[in-house]
Write a protein that binds this ligand. Structure first.
Ligand SMILES: O=P(O)(O)OP(=O)(O)OP(=O)(O)OC[C@H]1O[C@@H](n2cnc3c(O)ncnc32)[C@H](O)[C@@H]1O
Ligand SMILES: [Mg+2]
Length: 203
């Protein structure tokens, strides 16, 4: 069976990649399957740099093709924060609940029309002996005043998706996976990825 390795320890992301790839008959493995690989330090100054750091470190460790995902929430009224610091916005250790509370607090009193935001996802594909490629995708929305829904992960309960009329966390995973920043980025990797997986299966 075709297989793709994603350099993530985030179970929410892992689930999404599993769903997206399962529909195409591809099995996903993540760092949750390789507990011996240490967490990669995200020292980059952009989503792309961090995605590359994760993909290349794990690709070197396993000598295989690996995809890294660095993503986050950018809120206009907060000048793009939490941005690349989305995972640790409320401090260490990272905690989705506290991060979401912090964004809600910072936006207290900000009217609906000024609560615009977007999710951003950078993906890096590292292949041994080749130059790493990056792609990105976004998903536009705005920040709600309180949580809605229990699906998804991270900031999904406070992220309203106008085209769906619901919070991201109210959408079933099939719906999120059609419109998400992650799905948009992955679509741009599709053709390259298919070619690589075909070749891997033949050899
Ligand atoms: O680095 P890895 O191991 O992949 O896991 P992480 O959780 O640290 O992931 P990031 O460094 O990319 O940080 C992304 C943060 O942005 C948030 N985020 C990313 N994608 C999201 C999504 O689809 N829905 C909600 N929140 C998301 C999420 O809360 C993460 O903590
Ligand atoms: Mg991280």
């Amino acid at each position: 069976m075709k297989e793709v390795i994603i350099a993530t320890k985030n179970p929410g992301k892992a689930r999404e990649f599993e769903h997206i790839f399962a529909s195409r008959g591809i099995m996903v493995r993540t760092l949750l399957d390789f507990p011996e690989i240490p967490e990669v330090e995200e020292t980059g100054t952009t989503f792309e740099e961090n995605a590359i750091l994760k993909a290349e470190a794990v690709s070197r460790a396993l000598n295989k093709m690996v995809i890294g995902d660095d993503s986050g929430l950018m809120v206009d009224a907060l000048e793009g924060r939490p941005g690349i610091f989305s995972a640790r916005y409320a401090g260490e250790p990272k905690n989705d609940e506290n991060n979401t509370d912090k964004v809600l607090q910072e936006l207290q009193g900000v009217p609906e029309e000024k609560r615009t935001a977007r999710f951003y996802c950078a993906l890096a594909m590292a292949i041994p002996g080749q130059e790493t490629r990056t792609v990105s995708g976004t998903c536009e929305g705005r920040i709600l005043e309180e949580r809605r829904g229990t699906n998804g992960f991270g900031y999904d309960p406070v992220f309203y998706v106008p085209e769906k009329g619901s919070a991201m966390a109210e959408l079933p995973s099939e719906e999120k996976n059609k419109i998400s920043h992650r799905a948009a980025a992955l679509k741009k990797l599709e053709s390259v990825l298919d070619a690589i997986l075909e070749r891997a299966e033949e050899s």
